[in-house]
Design a protein around this ligand. Structure first.
Ligand SMILES: [Zn+2]
Length: 238
């Protein structure tokens, strides 16, 4: 079983077999301070609630790799591994985080994390090193798109056969909109597809409802995720 907790925007906790993988947590207000956009929801958990074994950043943008958040997590959890593609790995080292805890990953380079296998997969974003993520637990597979524009290349050897999808729908700043996300749903035909990357910034959000209805029209379960409350995502309902 894989449980997930949405942390707003593209941030999640995945937990299986007692191992916790925290992806792209944005806890502070750096984007607001540097770019003047307005944060409309608070981070739903306290730092002490995160308890990560692995921190995974999908790309080096402030709403996914926030320096204050990463440094606080690394300091609070000295055994937590700090994982990401080239751009994130370089940023971890620039922040002075211990090199022996920082790990660079590449598309297709799977690694084990407790009962889950994590595989970075292609994403197409303004950070050219950006990746999505496939988490496999037993025979089940979850695909997290992370930030990406639409591309037929999102349908590939790693994402094909996904049982559940977490997919960006905000349609701005290098990300798919809901209609494009539905094309991925139609191609992959998961059991469950959940919209993400909305609702954090007033200037960069989207209504998830058309995507949710579009999934249901295709016979795919969908709903608006709660913030900060874990729910089982794999195995998805058959
Ligand atoms: Zn983003």
């Amino acid at each position: 079983m894989l449980a997930t907790t949405w942390l707003s925007q593209g941030g999640f906790i995945f937990e299986t077999g007692g191992v916790r993988i925290v992806v792209d947590p944005y806890m502070g207000d750096t984007v607001e301070r540097q770019h003047g956009v307005t944060r409309i929801v608070s981070f739903p958990l306290a730092l002490t609630d995160l308890k990560p074994d692995v921190l995974f950043c999908t790309h080096d943008h402030l709403d996914h790799l926030e320096p204050d958040t990463v440094v606080a997590i690394a300091a609070t959890y000295p055994r937590c591994q700090l994982v990401g593609p080239l751009s994130c790995h370089s940023h971890f080292l620039k922040l002075g985080l211990p090199a022996d805890r920082c790990r660079e990953v590449h598309v297709g380079g799977s690694f084990d994390c407790g009962q889950a296998t994590l595989t970075p997969v292609p994403a197409f974003h303004s950070d050219p090193a950006a990746v999505g993520l496939v988490l496999s637990v037993g025979a089940s597979k979850l695909y997290l798109s992370a930030d990406t524009t639409y591309s037929d290349a999102l349908i590939n050897e790693w994402t094909t056969g996904s049982d559940a999808l977490l997919i960006c729908i905000n349609g701005r700043l290098g990300n798919m909109n809901g209609d494009e996300a539905l094309r991925i749903v139609s191609a992959l035909r998961p059991h469950l597809a959940l919209p993400m990357h909305y609702g954090l910034f007033e200037e960069n959000t989207a209504d998830p409802e058309p995507f949710i209805q579009g999934c249901r029209a295709r016979g795919v379960e969908s709903f608006a995720m709660p913030l900060g409350t874990p729910f089982p995502i794999l195995p998805a309902a058959q």
